[in-house]
Write a protein that binds this ligand. Structure first.
Ligand SMILES: Nc1ncnc2c1ncn2[C@@H]1O[C@H](COP(=O)(O)OP(=O)(O)OP(=O)(O)O)[C@@H](O)[C@H]1O
Length: 358
């Protein structure tokens, strides 16, 4: 086990493309960190630099006390699980799991012991003599994890390992990865663009935006206390409602919407109000009227989608809004709901910089 540290890590690809701009990060021993961010933000590049599959342009990466910038991937004591499983198709499951260990000239009995331990843990012990093409996607992913586990590495690296699985299996495997990681207590970095996967798996999340860490923290900390508009809109499903507003000195306004209770906001710049779908209140005395379009019933809760009369979105259209309520909140299309927005549950961001002001 070991901690992983990144110090001012930068990456410029040979074609001149700059992908990572000075990342600093400390990952504790046994911690599961998830890199999350939109496509192209640099999360795979960062992971591949830790794995040794990409060179580091400048800065330092340490595993424990050891600087690994120039250490070959096989000497780093990390094991990576890929999205496409990367299994050897012509080898059995046992062959796939033992390959790396045999290369290290490990004792046969020790190899077999490790394979049986990992296979039992992953419930693939009955498939050890099958070829990968005789397995389902979920089983192949377990073999890929088994291959990583038998190496007994200091660090696990996961690159979108569940992307090729169907929705139900993804949830199941996500829970298993979390359990396994807890049980083995191996420092892990997990890359995904799926915010639900990120929220549910991570001890801490690193939200990455354009090659930089925008914010790092426990999932609920980022949800409740985002530092920027980017983090607020990336974390949380359904997405936070964002309404363009200005501050007139006493209230935040957009058409019929007028919320008091804010102070110290700038009056000379565009602002963005952020309200999570679960914190708006239906109230006959509410400030604005929502026209209901669609109600999605998710079982335990309902999501109500619609627009707000007299409030204009950034695109100049009626402002769209999503409201999360209990399963008993069941309006019909074209119903009208009065909504109340409270200052104490809303975020306010500068539109130009994305900085959170409230
Ligand atoms: N081999 C390469 N050569 C040049 N540019 C690259 C190379 N690989 C990635 N990039 C660029 O670096 C940036 C970061 O890419 P990266 O693959 O790390 O993003 P990502 O966040 O993992 O995206 P995704 O979720 O789509 O995989 C992108 O702009 C990408 O085009």
């Amino acid at each position: 086990m070991a901690q992983v540290e990144l110090k001012q890590v930068r990456k410029t690809y040979p074609n001149g493309a700059e992908a990572i701009f000075g990342v600093d990060m400390k990952i504790d021993d046994g911690e599961l960190i998830v890199f999350v961010g939109p496509s192209g933000c640099g999360k795979s590049t960062l992971l591949r630099m830790v794995a040794g599959l990409e060179s580091v342009s400048s800065g330092e990466i340490l595993i424990g006390d050891r600087l690994i910038n120039d250490v070959s991937p096989s000497e780093r004591d990390v094991a990576m699980v890929f999205q496409n499983y990367a299994l050897y198709p012509h080898m059995s499951v046992r062959g796939n799991m033992s390959y790396g260990l045999k290369n290290r000239k490990m004792d046969k009995e020790e190899i077999e012991r490790r394979i049986m331990d990992a296979a039992t843990m992953l419930k693939i012990d009955q498939y050890l003599d099958r070829q990968p093409n005789q397995l389902s996607g979920g089983q192949r992913q377990r073999v890929a994890m088994g291959r990583a586990i038998v190496r007994n590495p200091q660090v696990f690296l996961f690159d979108e390992p569940l992307s090729n699985l169907d929705a139900k299996l993804r949830v199941q495997m996500r829970i298993e990865i979390k359990k396994l990681q807890r049980r083995m207590n191996v420092t892990s970095i997990y890359v995904t663009h799926d915010q639900t996967e990120a929220m549910t798996l991570a001890d801490r999340l690193a939200v990455i935006n354009e090659g930089q860490v925008e914010q790092m923290g426990a999932p609920m900390e980022l949800y409740a206390n985002p530092r920027t508009l980017f983090v607020a809109s990336f974390i949380g499903a359904p997405q936070i409602n964002l309404i363009p507003v200005t501050f007139d000195g006493t209230a935040i306004v957009n058409g019929d919407l007028r919320i008091t209770g804010f102070s110290d906001l700038p009056t000379d710049t565009d602002l963005m109000l952020g309200v999570r779908p679960d914190v708006m209140t239906i109230d006959p005395e509410g400030q604005v009227t929502m026209n209901v379009d669609i109600v999605e019933q998710h079982g335990g809760e309902n999501l109500i989608y619609g627009t707000i009369d007299g409030v204009t979105s950034a695109e100049g259209e009626p402002q769209e809004i999503c409201l999360k309520g209990s399963q008993t909140l069941l309006p019909k299309a074209d119903d009208k709901l009065k909504l109340r927005f409270d200052a104490d549950v809303a975020f306010v961001f500068r539109t130009d910089t994305g900085e959170r002001l409230k």
